[in-house]
Design a protein around this ligand. Structure first.
Ligand code: GLY
Length: 393
C-alpha cells in the first residue's frame, strides 16, 4: 500500500558552494530548476532552442493526476508522483507570490466515468486496483455523477472519483515560472537554435551555442523530447527519450454556464475545463517522431469521445487545436539525476507527467546541485537503471 508522503517544502541550504549552472531546455522542468537554483544564489543560464515554454509544456493538459492515471504496472512511479502532487499546493502558492501571476490551480477533482456496463466493469477494476494501492479514490453512482456534473450523458453508469487529482493551467505555470526565474536572477537565452553540450576531458563544462562556449560548473539536460538529440552528448550520457505525439483540441464554453467543472476521463479521451471557459480535450498517443501535423482521425477521435460523454459540446466553437511531444523514456518513467559523465545531470523523460512532476523534479535536482546528495525519491529514476539491465542508452 502506498501512502502520500509528507511534502518536503524546498529549503535552501544556508551555506555551501553555489555552483554555476547551465540548463538546456526552458520548459516547465528547466524553468522550475532555474527558479530554484537562482533563488538559492547560483548563477543560472537557461538555453532554449526556440521559445521558452512552447514545447510539451505548452501542449500539455496540466492534470495533476497521480491517482486516476495509475494503471497496473505503473505503481513504481507512485512514490514520486504522489510526492509531487503533495508539493503542488505550496509550489503553486510560492510561484504565484514570486511571479505575481495566477496559475489557476483547480481542486474540484477528477472523475473516470463509465458510459455503459462494459465501461463500468473496466472502471470498477481500475477503482479496485487503485484502492488496493491505498490511493484516495471512491466509487460514485450514476445518479451521484449526474448530480455533480448535470450535462454529462444521462445514461452515465458511475465513476471512479479522486478529490485529490487536481489541475493547473500549464501555460500560465510556464509564464509564471519564467517571470519568477528571471526575477530571481536567472538569464534566459531563447531562439538559440542548436544548443550543444561542451565536454572537456570527459567532463561536462558548459554549453556551446554557435561559436560561443558558456562555461558552467554543472549542466542540466531538461530538453524534453529533444534530449537525446542534443549535440555533443557522449553515448554514455544520451538519455533514451523519444517523442510521443499527442494531439489536443480546445473548445470555448460559456464561462457563465460551464458544461463541466471536474476533469473527466471517458474511454479514450479526457476533458479539462479551465476557469476561463476553455475546455481542453485530449489526447492521442502516437509514435510519429516529430511530425506535428494534426490529423482528421486524431481530431475526430477526440471530439467523438468527448461528445459521447458530454453531448452539449456539439454547439461549442473550436478555439484551437495542437500537437505536442511527450518525452517518453524506454520504461515511461523520468530520467533524473547524475548522468554517465561528471558535471551533467539529467532531468528529462517525464512522458505523461511533466507538469505533475515539476515540483519534485525541481526540488530534487536543485538539492543535487547544491549538496551533491541524491533525494531517495529520485534515486530509482537515474539513467543507470537502463545500463544495469544491460541495455545501453
Ligand atoms: N497526461 C496526459 C497525457 O499525456 O495525455
Amino acid at each position: 500500500m502506498i501512502h502520500a508522503p509528507d511534502p518536503h517544502p524546498f529549503s535552501i541550504p544556508a551555506s555551501g558552494i553555489r555552483p554555476s549552472v547551465a540548463v538546456i531546455g526552458a520548459g516547465c522542468i528547466g524553468l522550475a530548476i532555474a527558479w530554484r537554483l537562482a533563488s538559492a544564489g547560483c548563477r543560472v543560464d537557461l538555453f532554449e532552442r526556440g521559445q521558452a515554454g512552447r514545447g510539451a509544456t505548452h501542449a500539455a493538459g496540466g492534470m495533476l493526476a497521480a491517482c486516476v492515471e495509475t494503471e497496473p504496472g505503473e505503481d513504481g512511479l507512485l512514490p514520486l508522483t504522489r510526492a509531487s502532487q503533495a508539493l503542488w499546493p505550496d509550489f503553486a502558492r510560492d510561484l504565484e507570490a514570486a511571479s505575481g501571476m495566477a496559475v489557476d490551480l483547480r481542486t474540484e477533482g477528477t472523475m473516470v466515468i463509465a458510459l455503459n456496463a462494459d465501461d463500468a466493469a473496466k472502471v470498477r477494476f481500475l477503482h479496485g486496483f487503485q484502492r488496493d494501492l491505498g490511493l484516495p479514490v471512491e466509487w460514485l453512482s450514476g445518479a451521484e455523477v449526474r448530480r455533480r456534473e448535470p450535462f454529462l450523458q444521462p445514461g452515465v453508469a458511475g465513476a471512479l472519483f479522486c478529490a485529490g487529482d487536481h489541475q493547473v493551467d500549464n501555460r500560465k505555470v510556464a509564464a509564471a515560472l519564467q517571470r519568477a526565474a528571471l526575477a530571481a536572477g536567472a538569464r534566459l537565452h531563447e531562439q538559440c537554435g542548436e544548443v550543444a553540450l561542451a565536454v572537456e576531458g570527459g567532463r561536462a563544462v558548459g554549453v556551446r551555442v554557435a561559436a560561443t562556449l558558456h562555461r558552467a560548473d554543472r549542466v542540466v539536460l531538461a530538453a524534453g523530447a529533444w534530449s537525446a538529440g542534443v549535440p555533443g552528448l557522449p553515448p554514455a550520457a544520451k538519455p533514451p527519450v523519444r517523442p510521443v505525439k499527442g494531439q489536443m483540441v480546445c473548445l470555448r464554453m460559456d464561462a457563465r454556464l460551464p458544461l463541466l467543472r471536474h476533469v473527466v476521463w471517458t474511454p479514450g479521451t479526457y476533458l479539462i475545463p479551465r476557469l476561463d471557459g476553455r475546455l481542453l480535450i485530449g489526447a492521442t498517443t502516437e509514435e510519429r517522431g516529430f511530425d506535428d501535423r494534426l490529423t482528421a482521425g486524431g481530431q475526430f477521435a477526440l471530439l467523438e469521445g468527448a461528445w459521447r460523454a458530454l453531448p452539449g459540446i456539439a454547439e461549442l466553437p473550436i478555439e484551437e487545436a495542437w500537437a505536442g511531444f511527450r518525452p517518453g523514456s524506454r520504461d515511461d518513467a523520468p530520467i533524473l539525476g547524475e548522468s554517465g559523465i561528471p558535471g551533467l545531470i539529467h532531468a528529462t523523460g517525464h512522458h505523461r507527467n511533466g507538469i505533475l512532476l515539476t515540483p519534485v523534479t525541481a526540488d530534487g535536482i536543485a538539492r543535487l546541485v547544491l549538496t551533491g546528495g541524491t533525494d531517495p525519491l529520485l534515486r530509482p529514476f537515474a539513467a543507470d537503471r537502463f545500463l544495469a539491465k544491460g541495455a545501453a542508452a
